[in-house]
Ligand binder design. Structure first.
Ligand code: NDP
Length: 397
């Protein structure tokens, strides 16, 4: 029986809150806090029965966070606000001695830079305080990292090649929309590609490397090599990996829109003066793009995300594929949120359950692949994201 504080009332916050509320034996009391309290209230009302308390908080402000944590006294904070708030929320958890969990690594607002260094730097302080920080417990990072941990624990003596494959085979009927926060999403996919090979990072131009990959129940899709944050921790935690890459599917229409957005300067993250007011073009663009939280109603099709792995078991080469498919419509019918929010929110709830039940424990800062994958994966199917595996197949890579 534990109290949990959820910060961030976007698409992911909605799913985490609903999923935590459905497990009163684990999450006895829930508070949802965010910058705009009315969004928390809508979600609390959907859950009903007074299960969810709400609060306004500016998560950039450590004293405000500390005051909220002290008044509610949670055992754990689930951070599903934006990556910009990771460090302030970690600071507040340190000051109050409360466990921490997030789904995306810290990014400075003025630089699209994805790396764990800032959060790993909290290791000693979390250790000394005797509390746990769980980093990257969404789907990717999150489930993909735990899939890799399962492969390493049960199916390989050495993992040599890891390819994380992320396909959104869904259609929301809009000319252009992002599936999670547009600002964060566009920063992520317009940066240079990067992959790990033979002990070093190799950089590519954005979307320079493409492959046609076949996804279960979806078919063949153009998949582009991009950098994704879990690669950094996975090559560190599984040092036998010779090559690690991340592939994401994009349609031609989507890439054309993206190119135009970049070419006309709307992806810029540095401020410009407009009629005497400072605005950041990408933040302005976010205001006019569809809200990812509203895409669910007419969203059809599925996501398919997994890991394709090659390596050695008992002296023999083997291949292995582990994946989940998630239907946008099923996710929407259950939670009012589309598949991308769902596939992030469910793992965040399960990660919180792992910490609170003691399945995952330890003082310090951990990426999810450092914990036992088995109890997490037992829960994953149970709470809405069933997974599948195939051995010794053609990985197309
Ligand atoms: P949204 O933009 O829909 O929601 C973010 C929420 O955080 C909003 O409610 C927003 O408030 C709130 N927020 C922003 N700044 C602050 C602040 N300073 N103080 C308090 N609240 C704040 O994003 P999503 O729900 O789509 O994504 C949430 C997180 O999940 C992001 O970090 C994203 O990167 C991550 N993610 C991870 C994935 C994974 O697989 N690992 C996949 C998808 C997302 P307001 O409503 O006022 O704007």
């Amino acid at each position: 029986m534990s109290k949990v504080l959820i910060i961030g009332a976007g698409g992911v916050g909605r799913v985490v809150t609903q999923k935590c509320a459905s497990l009163p034996e684990v999450f006895s009391e829930i508070m949802l806090a965010s910058r705009t309290v009315s969004k928390c209230e809508v979600i609390a009302k959907e859950v009903g029965n007074g299960r969810v308390q709400t609060a306004q908080v500016d998560a950039d402000n450590v004293p405000e966070l500390v005051a909220l944590i002290k008044s509610f006294e949670p055992q754990l904070v689930i951070n599903v606000a934006l990556p910009y708030q990771d460090l302030t929320i970690m600071d507040a958890c340190l000051e109050t001695g409360v466990h921490y969990l997030d789904t995306a690594n810290y990014e400075p607002k003025d630089e699209a830079k994805f790396e764990y260094s800032w959060q790993w730097a909290y290791q000693d302080r979390f250790k000394e305080k005797g509390i746990t920080a769980v980093l990257g417990c969404g789907f990717d990072p999150g489930v993909t990292s735990i899939f890799t941990a399962r492969a390493a624990k049960h199916h390989f003596d050495e993992i040599h090649y890891l390819d994380i494959v992320d396909c959104n085979g869904g259609d929301h009927g809009k000319a252009f929309a992002t599936n999670f926060n547009p600002e964060i999403n566009i920063r992520e996919i317009t940066q240079k590609g990067r992959y790990w090979e033979n002990g070093q990072w190799i950089e590519t131009e954005p979307h320079e490397i493409r492959k046609e990959l076949t996804y279960p129940n979806i078919g063949s899709r153009s998949s582009y090599l991009i950098y994704h944050e879990e690669l950094e921790s996975l090559v560190k935690n599984f040092p036998t990996i010779k090559r690690a890459r991340f592939w994401m599917t994009f349609g031609d229409e989507y890439l054309t829109h993206l190119r135009v957005i970049q070419n006309i300067g709307m992806a810029r993250i540095d401020p410009v003066i407009y009629k005497g007011v400072e605005i950041v073009p990408l933040q302005f663009l976010k205001e006019v793009l569809p809200d990812p939280g509203d895409l669910g109603e007419n969203y059809v099709g599925e996501t398919s995300i997994g890991c394709r792995i090659q390596g050695i078991k008992d002296g023999k080469e083997k291949t292995y594929y582990i994946w989940n498919n998630c239907s946008h419509q099923t996710a929407y019918d259950e939670t009012g949120a589309q598949g991308v929010s769902y596939t992030t929110g469910v793992p965040a709830m399960i990660g919180a359950k792992m910490v609170l039940s003691g399945e995952w424990q330890g003082a310090g800062v951990f990426n999810v692949e450092e914990f036992n994958p088995d109890p997490f994966l037992e829960d994953l199917g149970k709470y809405g994201l069933p997974w599948h595996e195939s051995h010794d197949i053609d990985l197309e890579l």
